[in-house]
Design a protein around this ligand. Structure first.
Ligand code: ZN
Ligand code: ZN
Length: 367
């Protein structure tokens, strides 16, 4: 199978819920950014679908899912690949099950969101029901949560704060450490994929008098957290008149199976970066779960990393960093089963998080 990398932004709110930009503006910005897809996920509505916005616009796929929330406005869950809401359900396990039954893919949104500064800001919306099962993945990096959670420099470092207002994506830091640990732990038992979310609302803030400033402009939002996916090139045929439903199926399937990586584009456009396992026969395997599409390889293996810029590259096995180097490329021998993944950092902040490479049979608990 010939693979193609597609790169896009997930988790967008529009004027159909509490976002301040409409589809038209978002589509224009995505086309200018040259990305391959966007996923709009308004709160508890699929109005974007009803209004006919789903489609292929040149090389851009616009996919509409939605964000489900419980009665207390907690436990937000991104549902993709569905054409109906999980109506009337307020228990997380119930809406997880219903979304799965409808053929959708579901991702726990901003699971460990917290607020170091609370004055004038909306409250955090964390995931509280960790005993649930059956979700497909986790939004390990939420752009807006990262930005808000690090607003504590307001008093200690006003210059950094001003930069934060004018160039928010450049100052994003990392996915929360405790969340990464939780995700690594889950992956020892079953495959849990990861996506990066923007959570764009494009709010306009009134600073004083008539002066209104939009911190997160659409264009700026698209320069931050992106999710890169490897899909079957033959099934991803863009262009006007392309079958949007078919392409949405390919997109959602790749997300559900974690076939790719997450990046912060502000630290360098990560399109063209690769990380894959290879064995002695020359067979290769990209991150994620592939089933028959890429048969499992047998040990020993090589973990190959090829980046477009120099970074601190780390190889992680079962949640622990086992190798690291500062380079554009890496090649490490793997002799033991485990759940492996790659992280790359630039300038002290996260640049890339790959999805896991499971090596061996689940549950992978061997130390
Ligand atoms: Zn949310
Ligand atoms: Zn949201």
């Amino acid at each position: 199978m010939k693979l193609k990398e597609i790169c896009g932004c997930i988790h967008w709110h529009t004027t159909f819920s509490d976002g301040e930009c409409g589809y038209e503006e978002i589509i224009r910005a995505a086309q200018n950014a040259g990305i391959d897809y966007i996923c709009v996920t308004d709160h508890m509505t699929l109005e974007g679908q009803g209004a006919g916005w789903e489609g292929v616009y040149g090389g851009l796929l616009v996919h509409t899912g939605y964000e489900h929330e419980d009665e207390k406005d907690e436990n937000h869950y991104l549902a993709l690949g569905v054409n109906k809401l999980a109506e009337g359900l307020t228990e997380p396990q119930e809406y997880i099950n219903r979304i799965k039954k409808m053929g959708g893919a579901g991702f726990i949104a901003h699971p460990t969101e917290c607020r170091s500064v609370t004055k004038g800001l909306p409250p955090p919306y964390p995931w509280t029901k960790w005993d649930v099962t059956g979700f497909d993945g986790i939004e390990i990096w939420n752009q807006v949560s990262d930005w808000i959670e690090h607003l504590d420099c307001l008093r200690s470092d006003p210059i950094r704060m001003i930069l934060r207002l004018f160039s928010p994506t450049r100052l994003l830091r990392d996915a929360p450490k405790e969340l990464l640990a939780k995700w690594d732990d889950m992956n020892l038992t079953r495959f849990v994929s990861a996506i990066g979310g923007v959570d764009a609302h494009n709010r306009k803030i009134k600073i004083c008098g008539p002066f209104i400033y939009q911190v997160f402009k659409v264009k700026e939002e698209m320069r931050g957290v992106r999710t890169h996916l490897f899909v079957d090139a033959a099934k991803w045929a863009g262009g006007d008149g392309a079958d949007a439903a078919k392409m949405s199926g390919v997109l959602v399937d790749a997300m559900r199976n974690g076939r790719g990586f997450i990046s912060n584009c502000s630290h360098g456009d990560a399109r063209g970066c690769e990380m894959f396992l290879s064995d002695g026969s020359g067979a290769i395997q990209y991150p994620g779960r592939w089933g028959d599409a890429q048969p499992p390889l047998s040990l020993p293996l090589t973990m190959n990393v090829k980046l477009t810029r120099k970074a601190k590259i780390m190889l992680i096995r079962n949640g622990k960093v086992i190798k690291s180097t500062s380079s554009k490329n890496a090649g490490w021998t793997i002799t033991e089963p485990g759940v492996y993944r790659i992280e790359a950092r630039r300038g002290g902040s996260a640049w890339i998080y790959s999805n896991p490479f499971p090596v061996g049979q689940y549950p992978i608990r061997s130390e």
